[in-house]
Design a protein around this ligand. Structure first.
Ligand SMILES: [Zn+2]
Ligand SMILES: [Zn+2]
Length: 89
């Protein structure tokens, strides 16, 4: 285990939108591979506008990492041209 459990969730590097949850415990870890069910769009510190595809389990972390402007059920290409940033908690 590495990292501070009390650290604030953060948004990491942009990654390929392949329909899976982009959560990772730290930015260098592999992402969660569960199917994304929620798409969160908003602003994150240091990134500006971001979009996060997340599974139900990790949605709570995405809520903390992003100042949410839009949220809906995720579907492939539901937001054409929007990249999905990797999230870390
Ligand atoms: Zn996940
Ligand atoms: Zn979307």
């Amino acid at each position: 285990m590495t990292g501070d459990p009390w650290s604030i969730p953060m948004v990491g590097l942009p990654s390929e939108d392949d329909g899976s949850c982009k959560f990772a415990p730290t930015p260098s870890d592999p992402t969660c591979s569960k199917p994304a069910v929620i798409h969160i769009l908003g602003r994150a510190k240091g990134w500006g506008n971001v979009s996060l595809a997340t599974c139900v389990e990790h949605a709570g972390i995405a809520f903390l990492a992003v100042d949410i402007s839009r949220m809906h059920s995720y579907s492939p290409n539901c937001c054409p041209g929007v990249r999905d940033e990797k999230q870390a908690g």
